[in-house]
Design a protein around this ligand. Sequence first.
Ligand SMILES: *Cc1c(COP(=O)(O)O)cnc(C)c1O
Length: 379
Amino acid sequence: MVDLKGQYEHIKEKVNSSVLEVIESTAFINGPKVHEFQKNLENYLGVKHVIPCANGTDALQIAMMGLGLKPGDEVITADFTFAATVEVIALLGLTPVLVDVEPDTFNIDIKAVERAITTRTKAVVPVHLFGQCANMDALMKLAEAHDLYVIEDNAQAIGASYVSENGSKLKAGTIGHVASTSFFPSKNLGCYGDGGAIFTNDDKLAHIIRGVVNHGMYERYHHDVVGVNSRLDSIQAVILNEKLTHLDNYNKARQAAARKYDEAFRNEPHIITPVTVKNCAEICEHCDCHVFHQYTLKVKNTDRDALVKHLNENGIPCGVYYPIPLHNQKAYQDSRYNEADFPVTNQLVKEVISLPMHTELDNEQIEFITSKVKAFVNG
Ligand SMILES: *Cc1c(COP(=O)(O)O)cnc(C)c1O
């Protein structure tokens, strides 16, 4: 699904020498390189505060701890996402409330969010799924009207932009009150191990979160709040410093691959290619509204699982993200849910298939993959 080795070959010398430098310096934890990465990412995103941490799941949890959410508070999120999002809500004793998504973008349905709001609702977590922002204009308006926090799960859309109705262009993860991301190796900005970060423009919240990630300490050995231990290490930071300089090009390579896939599937009645929402037509010189963490098709009148098997038999890796709606997962069942409330997710789990998507895909590979997909759906 990804070609991390091929990508590494292009940056090998720089990465190797900077990793060795960290080892020689022995500043493994909270060293200057972590601070440097924090500053570089703040500049890149145009956000006031980046707080690095150990992984994307921690980042979500820490964001919620920083906001002071309390057991019993309800947090609304999407039914169609990776489990990390709902997991941390449950872990903190908060009440996850899952809602349906949009059929074209796979992102959280703002109308469904609105219907799920109760007097106990405190926050909404939009997941910018597969590389494209949720409808943040509508969500921020709704959140303001109901006094809710918006926590962006930006694990899959780092580097993407969001163009608002008013024409302002912001990076994904800098629109809500706080955001999380992951540097898991296969993410658009991936390190060579685990890593994550929290972003916010709120000075007070950033201060609180800097203590939460460090055992609740604001002054050495004074523990003011219950915290966690969640750190990005210096070796990951130097790798990320190097890869951040290539992030825009990496995302362009993903977009170029997506355009080739689109082209190959243009006249296929059983294949629905990904939809990019563009508010940006006149603003974006180079559209970066979708950075294709995944390239996900919907297949109609096709046995999707048989297609997966067929591709695998032909040496083509592919993925089903996600095969089971979260509201049907044993750990997250809730008597408040009604199957009729999840028509889109219930359909998507049967139709979606994600094709190989990374920065090193070449024409020959795309031609091979698309020809095998087309032969199957038409056979
Ligand atoms: C990858 C991912 C996470 C978790 O990130 P980790 O670094 O693996 O903990 C959270 N949310 C979404 C949507 C993800 O894709």
